[in-house]
Write a protein that binds this ligand. Structure first.
Ligand SMILES: Nc1ncnc2c1ncn2[C@@H]1O[C@H](COP(=O)(O)OP(=O)(O)OP(=O)(O)O)[C@@H](O)[C@H]1O
Length: 255
């Protein structure tokens, strides 16, 4: 049918998004449009409102005002769980990996969370779906040879890789990564960024990043926030050439 070739929707549209905490306006009328498959960085100094913006997109925090649409569907009032089913997945600044479980079991828990009711964990092992899914997932994030290692024994970089693997278990359409490279060594950052670059283009990726150099290498487009507002948007080249942004907001955070 000719009509099947429908116009492709934006992956994410955020309109006039605002979040107040008492008198503080943490996010102040932010509007964004992110194309399907785009790699976008959200930059800004501490307290700029980046995580609050993520919290509202993921449904962890209701907005005070504004709207959020995912592939043309208004998700502003959906619960975080329903947004996961719609394809939104996020990571947090603080690790949510289970240290006492192996890499395999962490990935399995993530897969189960995506595919079955919570209590189905009590079903007989052989009747549980997707047990084989842990291997390919571990391979995607460079942990194929660490499947049986307890997560607590992973390096910081490997833990970040595991978090990414857990987020990918839900085959997200929109992946929100909150400072995925924080605390990593230069080598670990490079390897994580290479992994992100290898993610399929049917996945739309937004990452919060403090390090301007990392962000500019990893993305197609950059949004800069300051004091809850959108300060600038542009390609990495445009942002790199913007001396005000470099000096005032990013210079002190570069490493
Ligand atoms: N639950 C909350 N209650 C009150 N104030 C909050 C809450 N969450 C965030 N804030 C405030 O909102 C503002 C924006 O915080 P947010 O964490 O979104 O910034 P950020 O850009 O992610 O900063 P960072 O880079 O330090 O994580 C800050 O002033 C913060 O103190």
């Amino acid at each position: 049918m000719a009509d099947a070739a429908v116009k492709q929707e934006e992956a994410l549209v955020v309109e006039g998004l605002t979040r107040r905490f008492g008198a503080l306006v943490a996010v102040d009328g932010v509007s964004l449009r992110v194309a399907p498959g785009e790699r976008r960085a959200v930059l800004g100094a501490n307290g700029a409102g980046k995580t609050t913006l993520f919290n509202m997109i993921a449904g962890d925090l209701p907005p005070s005002e504004g709207h959020i649409s995912l592939f043309g569907r208004d998700i502003t009032r959906l619960s975080p769980q329903k947004r996961v089913l719609e394809g939104v997945r996020r990571t947090y600044q603080k690790s949510l990996v289970f240290g006492g479980l192996s890499v395999r079991d962490n990935l399995y828990v993530a897969i189960r969370g995506a595919t079955g009711p919570r209590l189905a964990i009590w079903r007989r092992v052989e009747t549980q779906p997707d047990r084989d899914g842990t291997g390919p997932l571990a391979e995607r994030v460079g942990l194929a040879d660490r499947l049986d290692a307890p997560a607590s024994e992973l390096s910081h970089g490997e833990q970040r890789q595991l978090e990414l693997g857990m987020a990918l278990a839900h085959t997200p359409r929109l992946l929100l990564l909150d400072e995925p490279a924080a605390g990593l060594s230069t080598r670990e950052r490079e390897s994580l960024m290479a992994m992100l670059a290898d993610l399929p283009r049917d996945l739309t990726l937004i990452l919060i990043e403090h390090d301007l150099d990392i962000a500019l290498k990893a993305v197609d487009f950059v949004t800069v926030m300051h004091n809850g507002r959108l300060l600038a948007e542009g390609t990495p080249d445009e942002i790199a050439a913007n001396q005000d942004i470099q000096d005032i907001y990013m210079g002190k955070h570069g490493q």
